[in-house]
Design a protein around this ligand. Sequence first.
Ligand code: UDP
Length: 254
Amino acid sequence: MTEAPASVEVLGCRLDCVDIDEATARMLAFARGNRPAQVVTLGTEMVVAARRDPTFRATLAASALNVCDTVGVLWAARRRGARIAARVTGAELLERLCAAAAKEALPIYLLGGAPGVAIEAAQRLAERYPGLRVAGAADGYFPAERAATLAEEIARSGARMLFVGLGSPRQELWLAEYLAASGAGVGIGVGGAFDAVVGRVPRAPERWQRLNLEWLYRLLREPHRWRRQLALPHFVALLLIDEVRASLGGRRTP
Ligand code: UDP
């Protein structure tokens, strides 16, 4: 049997072939260490966006760990020989890491969501994981001028793990710029995960998740997302074109 690759390229974006256990373990190591490490939950829309936006592309390339967030990326990665059992979502990582952070007394900070959501999510997580140290929480509707001050506040809070739910690509770009100043060992963009913690946007029932239909559940609940979800057919088309090009001896998308 050939050895499974540690990472694969999906339309020019690096995807690290890790499952949720390994992603959690690596992130804990980052949190304990003193070199800031950014983690990205790589989704289909992000891969498509990275093709148009060089800054975003560079951010994804520079991140310490890119995990597979969507069924589209999972499908593409498997076609590239990756052995990944399942998606690794921001919402699941948030829960796993809070459980581990509670045991190791690693303080966390939640940044993002509508006013009040991050604070409520922090309270819920602290109830769920006794011993969890919440260094702070702030909403995600702040003016650009406040970003640097916010990073200083996070640094003063002593947080080791920074969860940022500003939506993509804003959260990844924010982390690329401010993670070092925040003093946290690890930072990750988690999209709408705080909304899920407080039950504002429930996750799809487990059956839907198992059938890889979470995207359809979200589309039915939030029909305004249809335009964003066009990224999936766009992604599949780009991928197939890329494969045909490669099979004809051309170069894959850089
Ligand atoms: N959000 C925010 N500030 C903004 C725009 C969005 O904090 O300026 C939050 C929003 O409240 C939501 C999250 O970012 O909690 C985006 O969630 P979404 O489900 O769209 O994330 P994605 O699908 O991009 O992962």
